[in-house]
Structures are given as C-alpha cells and as structure tokens.
Design a protein around this ligand. Structure first.
Ligand code: MV4
Length: 684
C-alpha cells in the first residue's frame, strides 16, 4: 500500500479522499490554486503545494505541475478525484511515464470510452443492449434519413463526440429529418470539432440508472448495484439514490452483468460507472461509461457498507478487490442531495459569498462507507466550513448531503428533516428547492424520469410566500432579547436605571414599540414591509401586525431560548426556530423554511448623516417623554439619549457614535415637530 499520495483535486472530493487516506495511514499531499490558499482540503492534508493561479487551466488542469509536485514530495500515486484530469488519458500516461501510479483506469480504457460511437460498437460486441439505432460511419444524409425511418419516430440525433446532452435533436418525422441532421452537425462541429452523429429511437420519460463497477488488476470485476440519477436539471444531477426504486432482482442482475461485460470489454481497472437509459417498463440500454469515481458514489457506499476510495487505493496498489460479488448485499436505502451555492429563485444563478453562518444537520462522522450505525443516518461530504467563501472559479458546491434509511420511506423522511436543519447565511443556496423536490409527490412516490423537474416546475418553483407571522414574531423576540442581554451587560454602568432598561418599562404608559422588517422574499416582486407592533407587558408581549388585514393583537411569549434557538408562543401556536442576525438582516429558520427579514431600525441611522455636525433630530412629530443625557455628558455609541412618544409608540434616540452631548434642546413634555433637532452632539 502507498505511503503517500497526491490528491489532484479540491473541494469535497479532495477532503473525502483525504479522509480515507488518513484512515488507512497514508500521507496526503494537497495541491491548491491561489484562490484555494485557505481551503479546507489544504487544511486536511498532511502537505500542501501551491500550483498556480485560480483559473483551473493554470492550476488543477496543469498535469505537468501536479506531476512535478508528486515527484518533489515523494508521493507514489496520484488520486484525480472527479472532473479536472480524472478522465484525461494523456495525464494518466504522463503519470506512468513519471513512475507514478494513476489511481484510476488505464488510459486505454479512457480512450475506448471517450467516443460515444466507438463505445457503442464495443458494447454491441459485448452484447450490452443498445438503444435501437444507427451509430456507424456512414454519414450520408439520405442514408441516415432512411435509417431514421427504419428506427421509427421520434428519433434522437446525437453528436458522437458529444456529451451532457449537448448537440441532441429530437426528430418527430421524416420530413423534419434533413434539417435536424444539418443543425445537429453544425453544432457538433462547432462544439466538439467532429460532426459525426448517431441516430437512436427516442425514449420518452426515460430514467437514468447507472451501475457501479469495480475491477482489479487480477481479472476480478464486479458490480456494486445501481444508482437512480434521473432527477437532473440541464444534465446536472440534483438527487441520486441507491438502490433504484422498483428495480427487480432479475433486472438488477441483468444490468449489473451488462455493466461488468462493458467494463471487461475495455480491460477496465478501478472504479467505473456504466450509465444506462431505461424505459418506464424497465427495458434498459447502454448510454455511456464514466471512467472515474462519480460524485454520487456515497449512496452506493452507504447501502453496501464499502469505502470505494479505499477500494481504489487497494486496487491501484495491486491488491485484489476487497469483496467478491456474492459477498455484496444491499442494505437499506440512501439518497444524496447536492447542496449548491445557487439561487433557484433566480434561474439557479450561482451565488457567490461567504458562509457567514453554517449549521448542519446532526451528521455523524461516518466510519466512511460503513453501514450507518448511528440513528441519524446522515452523512455530509463537504469542502467548505463556516466562514469560507464559495469561490467563483469553480463548481459552487457547498456539500453533498447523504442520508441512509432502512427503506426508501425512512431515507426520504431523514432527507427532508436533514434539509430542514441545514442553515446557511451569507449566500443563496438551493436547500429550499431540494426540500420541495424531496417532499414533492413525484419523488416521494418514485415517479421518476429525467423530465421530473421540468414537469413539476410549478410546484417546485411556487410563487414565493411572504414571511409567516411566526417568523416575524421569532425575529421580534430575538431582537428584543438581544437588546435585553446587551442592556443587561451595560447595566453595570447605570444599574437600576429604569430608563436604560430595554425591558420596555415606561412610566404611566403601555409601551408599544414598532419594529419595521422588510421581507425581500421574491426576487421578482418588491420587498414586503411589515410594521410589527410589540406591546410590552410584565411577563410577555402583545404582538400585532396592524398593516395586515383583520390582524388582531395576539399574546406573544418566550417559552425558551438556547443561544440562537427560540421557542415562542404566538396566540395558541408554538413556533420553534433559529434566528441568526447578519448585519441588519434577521435570518429566521423555522418550519423547514428560511426567511431573511431586514430590520429597518428607525434610529440606527438617525443623526448619522449629521453625526459630525452633531444634530440628532426627531424622526416624526411627537412629545419628549424622557431626556437621558445632559449638556457636556460623554456617551457611548448606542446610549439612549432622548425618548419621545409618537403615534402612540415610543422611540429611543441613541448616540450614533461615541461622543459628547453639547446641548439639550428640549425638556420632558415638550412637543417637537418632525425633523426637529433634539440635541447637539459631537462625535469623538
Ligand atoms: C437519450 C434520451 C432519450 N432517448 N437517448 C442526455 C445526455 C446523455 N446522457 C444522453 N441523454 C439522453 N439520451 C435516447 N435514445 C434522453 C436523454 C436525456 C437524459 C438522459 C439521462 C439523464 C438525463 C437526461 C436528460 C435529458 C435527456
């Protein structure tokens, strides 16, 4: 076994590979770009070497630099992860030439599977079922047209050198064929430099089912069952699961054996995935083979109790496969959700920013690949930590959330619960979208096909809802409690002074406070403003939303608070949630939803524009009910200076900065007009 390996990747897969290496006592070398200098994968490896600027073609794709680092650090092997150089045959060859072990398949297998039509020819020889069609070299338009007529419409035209859905054309009838062929060829030549196309029977409502295969250097080749990856958006997988729902044992064996035949046909070694496209009736056809470890490999690990990276290391070191086919069993059900820094409400635009707050479901440190012994059955593979920024240079993945259950129903419930517990503040993420997907009728009932997201677009992208009353109440309570704690901390200065209290104590008057929140809940709609009225009482509050029709004041009480977690009672309804303040925004996580409520503190900026000149003015007409500072008094930022009553509510005018009160212009009981300067203040 290797003593030291270099991981030629970043993010979650680099961290994941490092975790297994560490467990096996293998030293690890990370490579990183300038943009990743503080990245998690650099921190979790034993050594780390800078290989270039942020751009992948200057860093993670620079095979020469990576090989040089491997040599310089004494790494014996290179793990490419997925993406980047993981399927680059030239890099695999260069590793071998440098005397380094490439932890992956032989370059020849990559090349064999690199061309769609070459792969299909190989599969035909290996009696692996192909979609009825033509994938030969004759590209004459009339010939292909006749082939399409033979296949039967609808027919799908695909660029042979294509992938990921690029360059595909559905042809509904013979009359439309020639134009579609010309268009497909034009795109193929411009996208792939090769205009060869193939024609296939078009499968309507297909499922994407892939088989994990593994081969060693001693002639063993097995399959570790299947994954259903039908839930995709624009050819990007969103949810993956294992085993595939409604898969019969016979079908599973047939697909597994076909996949093993495909792997053997190209002399495969290592971890590979044979992708099939399947009809709803279960008939399946070879699509392509991926000559790398896939992003979604954890769902296979969770149901088979294997660590596929450990298998990769052992096989690359010349060891036999750790298990034989008849030693593998499916245990339970696993689902993976890809958590991305993207904004589904804004067309899945990548969202750049910093993870200012990150709370994850109570995951367990999985004995990697082990059958989950922990009742929570939750695993998180992530390459970022709280405080990290999501780099704009690479795939904006935050984490893979993988859950295991004794059956699909339990796995679904755990995924829904885990997503509800996942809290991210600082950038937009797709968690709410994933939750709607998992809880939606189609996925929940395993009514799966590659068009699921599009077909259920309306329920998956519902009209955004403004904040629930409970969320506003939680934000109000969190704000008030934070002030109370702040003033309690400050009370050393003027203990016992009721005016300094944030408890809302006011002489001879029920103190009603107006808190203004803005909920920018829908990108396409104007933000919704809420005037939350909170009337202080001895042991609780009255909560009212006067701007909401037929709103009635309701009793609001704080049941418990643990840090950021609050339990409140609003009327007869209990609300539990976490509230995280980020600047002026209160992020409320409750009921599985996330509300971002911007608090508009009327006083936070009062006088700010005049702070240098020092005038602090009345935010509206009213009466001065308390003067808390005197001429010449030094005050700290936030100290209450004057309290006035307006619109039956009280407003505190606080010091915008540390400084000195130079003049007090009004006395208790005076009426003041909107904008009247109340005192002269000089910032320190
Ligand atoms: C197909 C197909 C329907 N009929 N082939 C998409 C990219 C590549 N993986 C192959 N793809 C498809 N090939 C026939 N004959 C539908 C798709 C397809 C698809 C396949 C798997 C996963 C997601 C997909 C999304 C759109 C279309």
């Amino acid at each position: 076994m290797f003593k030291k390996i270099l991981i030629a990747n970043r993010g979650e897969i680099a961290c994941r590979v490092a975790a297994t290496a560490r467990r096996l006592g293998i030293k690890t070398v990370a490579v990183y770009s300038e943009a990743d200098a503080n990245a998690k994968h650099v921190a979790v490896c034993d050594e780390a070497v800078l290989i270039g600027p942020a751009a992948a073609k200057e860093s993670y794709l620079r095979g020469d630099k990576i090989i040089a680092v491997a040599k310089a650090t004494g790494a014996q092997a290179i793990h490419p992860g997925y993406g980047f150089l993981s399927e680059n045959a030239e890099f695999a060859d260069a590793c071998a030439e440098a005397g380094l072990v490439f932890i992956g398949p032989p370059a020849s297998a990559m090349r064999a599977m690199g061309s769609k039509s070459a792969a299909k020819s190989l599969m035909e020889k290996a009696a692996v079922p192909l979609v009825p069609g033509y994938h030969g070299d004759n590209q004459d338009a009339d010939f292909l047209n006749r082939e399409a007529d033979r296949i039967g419409y609808p027919v799908l035209l695909k660029a042979s050198a294509g992938g990921g859905g690029k360059g595909m054309r559905v042809v509904e009838n013979s009359a439309a064929f020639k134009d579609a062929l010309a268009s497909c060829k034009r795109e193929a030549i411009s996208s792939f430099g090769d205009d060869k196309v193939l024609a296939e029977k078009y499968l309507q409502r297909p499922r994407h089912i892939e088989i994990q295969v593994f081969a060693d250097t001693l002639g063993n080749c097995i399959y570790l069952f299947e994954r259903d990856c039908s839930v995709q958006r624009r050819h990007q997988k969103v949810l993956e699961e294992a085993p595939a729902p409604n898969m019969s044992a016979e079908r599973r064996a047939a697909m597994g054996e076909a996949a093993v035949a495909a792997a053997k046909a190209v002399g495969y070694v290592g971890a590979g995935t044979v992708e099939f496209i399947a009809n709803q009736d279960g008939s399946f056809y070879f699509m392509e083979m991926n000559t790398r470890l896939q992003v979604e490999h954890p769902v296979t690990e969770m149901i088979t109790g294997t660590d596929l990276v450990e298998w990769q290391l052992r096989v690359a070191a010349g060891e036999p496969l750790p298990k034989k086919q008849d030693e593998l069993r499916i245990h339970g059900h696993a689902i993976e959700a890809r958590i991305y820094a993207e904004n589904p409400e804004k067309g899945f635009l990548p969202s750049i920013g910093t993870l200012r707050h990150l709370a994850t479901p109570d995951a367990v440190n999985f004995e990697l690949g082990g059958i989950p012994g922990h009742p929570s059955g939750v695993r998180i593979d992530s390459g970022v930590r709280e405080g990290d920024a999501i780099s704009p240079f690479y795939d904006p993945m935050i984490a893979k959330l993988i859950v295991w259950g004794a059956d699909r129903k339990q796995a679904l419930a755990r995924m829904s619960q885990a997503l509800a517990q996942y809290q991210i503040v600082g950038l937009a993420a797709n968690i709410a979208f994933l939750k709607r997907l998992v809880e939606g009728e189609a996925f929940a009932t395993a009514d799966l096909d590659t068009g699921l997201i599009e077909r259920h677009h309306d329920t998956l992208f519902p009209a955004a809802q403004p904040a629930a009353q409970g969320a506003l109440a939680l934000a109000a309570v969190a704000l008030i409690e934070a002030e109370k704690q702040a003033s309690a901390a400050q009370s050393g200065a003027n203990a016992g002074d009721p005016w300094g209290s944030a408890l809302g104590w006011r002489m001879n008057t029920a103190y009603t406070r107006s808190l203004s929140f803005t909920d920018d809940y829908a990108a396409a709609l104007p933000a919704k403003a809420y005037n939350v009225q909170v009337t202080y009482r001895d042991a609780d509050w009255l909560f009212n939303l006067p701007s909401c029709p037929d709103a009635q004041p309701e009793r609001l009480s704080l049941m418990s608070q643990q840090g950021a977690d609050f339990s409140i009672k609003l009327g007869d309804t209990a609300w539990h949630g976490s509230v995280r303040r980020d600047g002026d925004t209160f992020h409320v996580f409750t009921g599985g939803a996330h509300y971002a409520l911007a608090y508009n503190d009327p006083m936070a900026h009062a006088g700010e524009t005049e702070a240098e000149g020092g005038r602090l003015t009345a935010p509206m007409p009213g009466k001065v009910v308390a003067v808390l500072a005197e001429k010449g008094q030094a005050v700290k930022k936030g100290d209450a200076l004057v309290i006035m009553e307006a619109m039956k509510m009280e407003h505190t005018i606080s010091a915008p900065h540390d400084g000195v009160v130079e003049e007090v212009l009004y006395a208790v009981g005076d009426q003041v007009t909107d904008g009247a300067p109340l005192l002269a203040f000089k910032a320190a």
